[in-house]
Design a protein around this ligand. Structure first.
Ligand code: ADQ
Length: 467
């Protein structure tokens, strides 16, 4: 392909600043590699009433095109429909979902406005790649604005079973809009199959074994592209001055105790209270382990303007206090819980120090922490990974100790198994996981998606989408 790559994601990297984090680097490299491109998204700024259109910044051969949101848009589109309806439903938490027609109307309006803005930047030979649940309607808006070229979408979060997806009052509207894309990428085969089943069972679509689906008057391809990491980057970070000094700082505090480590955004999908209860239960049941193990949970608060997230913070404070009060001693605090983020170098050093990585989301699209934990290990003395069977990463990391995170007793056993696992078994399991992490890296992910999209060619001109 010769044309430019046009990427749309709700948040972009900051123009002119180092690109930090796997996804930001992957997108940046994809754009740079093409010799030119546009990265379009929300500027991160909210203005009281009027927005300022799109602001352009050039960095090397990439143009950043950033649009503001009004405060009402931020409330209805971002905090509202995206994070109070789509996020919980797509993570199987219909009980936490808040369905509000006016929030959906704002979500639709922002997708429309952003779709039109983005369509202005396209040239006929470009390729468009839209990311994530903030922009589910954008493809259709782009088609309505006249864009006929190749256009793909990648969903970073799970796609739920049709029985759950249909709880969204606007499920059909969303599915129809998604079918405006030529290729939809999912994290796992499980997600892809859920989407296909929804279209076939609810909307009488027809599908074939290669993931091609015909629905709403369009033919599109669906496929799983599990997102990955740059394993060598994590190895270098773990061995960097920053990584080593973080490990030695913590090492001094925990002394000779085995480190159990959790690193997550503070989100109810990550299963944090359940994980702490499981750790408490493991201490209850294993008197000999008390005083010999230390659990560090790093969880910076996110989306603090959404009530459910404030409730989670309160719950975590209580659970940790309770377990530490019950089990702690003069010279031992069982759980260290830090409600703040740390630089990637420090995290990588801590991953390497840990005996057990605890990654137990109740549901998760992929979970890159699981992969980063694996990559950071010392090949001669690797830690073990306790992994939720409901994380997308479970499809690839077969060497993990799998748990159902709702099963507190089984998770407690798994933590204990991780602490006590003999070196030989740890090495064997780690090798298989490291090979999987390296086989489907972040570079593989972006190339695989774009190769697939571009192999589909331009859609026929008569493939209009009904609105
Ligand atoms: P997230 O829900 O944010 O991402 P995850 O994939 O675990 O979840 O983390 C993304 C990145 O944030 C990782 O690189 C990690 O190092 C970093 N991070 C997490 N916790 C941190 C902490 N406490 N301090 C500092 N950094 C931290 C969404 C989906 C996932 C999917 C990703 C990518 O929910 O399922 O894997 O997108 O597609």
């Amino acid at each position: 392909m010769t044309g430019r790559l046009i990427i749309a994601s709700n948040r972009t990297a900051s123009p002119g600043e180092p690109k930090v984090g796997g996804l930001a680097v992957a997108i940046w490299e994809a754009l740079s590699e093409r010799g030119g491109g546009v990265w379009f998204g929300w500027s991160g700024e909210t203005l009281e009433r009027e927005t300022r259109g799109v602001r352009l910044f050039a960095e090397d051969n990439v143009d950043f095109a950033l649009a503001d949101l009004t405060e009402a848009e931020y409330e209805g589109y971002y905090l509202g429909y995206a994070n109070r309806a789509l996020w919980p439903v797509f993570h199987y938490r219909v009980d936490l979902a808040h369905f509000d027609e006016t929030e959906f109307a704002t979500y639709e309006e922002v997708n429309r406005r952003f779709g039109r803005l983005l369509a202005q930047f396209t040239r006929p030979d470009d390729t468009v790649w839209v990311h994530d649940y903030h922009f589910l309607l954008m493809g259709q808006e782009m088609r309505t604005s006249g864009w006929e070229g190749p256009m793909g979408f990648f969903l970073h979060i799970p796609f739920p079973a049709p029985e759950i997806f249909t709880s969204l009052p606007q499920h059909r509207r969303i599915a129809r809009a998604l079918c405006a894309f030529d290729l939809i990428g999912f994290q796992t085969e499980r997600d892809r199959a859920n989407f296909e089943r929804y279209l076939v069972e609810i909307d009488q679509a027809s599908s074939s074994s290669d993931g091609t689906i015909s629905a709403f008057g369009r033919t599109l391809r669906t496929k799983a592209f599990p997102i990955g990491i740059d394993a060598d980057e994590i190895v270098n970070l773990a061995n960097s001055e920053e990584g080593r000094s973080a490990a030695s700082r913590l090492g001094r505090i925990i002394d000779q105790r085995a480190l159990v480590l959790g690193v997550d955004r503070m989100d109810y999908s990550k299963g944090l209270p359940q994980r702490m209860h499981a750790f408490g239960r493991m201490l209850d049941e294993n008197e000999h382990i008390r005083g010999r193990v230390s659990f560090l949970q790093i969880a910076p608060p996110s989306r603090e303007d959404v009530d459910t997230y404030q409730d989670l913070r309160i719950e975590l404070d209580q659970v940790t206090g309770r377990i530490n009060g019950d089990h702690g001693d003069l010279d031992w605090v069982p759980i260290r819980y830090l409600a703040r983020g740390y630089p990637r170098g420090m995290l990588s050093g801590l991953y390497r120090l840990a005996r057990v990585g605890l990654v137990t989301p109740l549901y998760d699209g992929m979970n890159l922490v699981a992969k980063e934990f694996v990559a950071a290990q010392d090949p001669e003395d690797p830690g073990t990974l306790v992994l939720s069977e409901f994380a997308g990463a479970a499809e690839q990391l077969q060497g993990a100790i799998f748990v159902n995170p709702h099963d507190i007793a089984a998770t407690a056993d798994a933590i204990q198994q991780g602490i006590n696992m003999p070196l030989e078994e740890r090495i064997e399991r780690w090798k298989s996981m490291d090979a999987a992490v390296r086989a489907q890296s972040i570079a593989w992910w972006r190339r695989a998606f774009l190769d697939e999209l571009e192999s589909l060619g331009k859609p026929a001109p008569d493939t209009e989408v009904e609105s």
